[in-house]
Design a protein around this ligand. Sequence first.
Ligand code: SF4
Length: 223
Amino acid sequence: MAEEEICTILDILAEEYNQGCYPGRNSEGLNPEWPADPFHVLIATILSQRTKDDNTRKASDNLFHNYDSIEAIASADVDHVAELVRPAGFPKQKAKAIVDCCKKLITDFDSVVPSETDELLKLPMVGRKTAACVRSYAMGIPSVCVDTHVHRIANLMGLVETRDPEETEYALMAITPRERWNDINRYLVRHGQVICIPNHMRCGKCMVSQFCRYARDNLTERP
Ligand code: SF4
């Protein structure tokens, strides 16, 4: 697929979804109580793993209302953190990772969330998706953040042909202008929540169906 086509798809989705997606965002929009700085985005993105946005928001609200800094979380009781983040699921695992993450930020990174992917990957429960999310949403560094929506939709549409999110990340980077990398997660995730819903794709209402291989191969009529 040509760069121009990817840019056209992103333009169409941007026009449709305006603000797009954001970690911890639910249908009411961003929680104004906490800023989109690297600390809050990092912790919220860890909490967002394997759960829905509404649960992430509840868990992060609970946590940040009680412990709202790297130092506060690092010295918090893990069991108490687990109670606070319970709405996000996997409370013990996530609480331990979050507390350990903040301890490591203090000891290894001078209490500053690092911006390099290799350094972010040294933090507990931080994989390529979370690292890219922090770089993209909190630091404005062009990054392709591939979650299940991005991986699924990019393959359905025929933008890439890949087996796992990491492969998708590199494939999308190769065919998308760097200045549009941050738009990929922002708009494809929203598209996956609203129109290209897993197992319930609303292809008849899809504004990018003319660019979609799945639609070409499976639909007799397009809108
Ligand atoms: S046409 Fe259907 S499968 Fe293709 S992106 Fe739109 S909703 Fe998803």
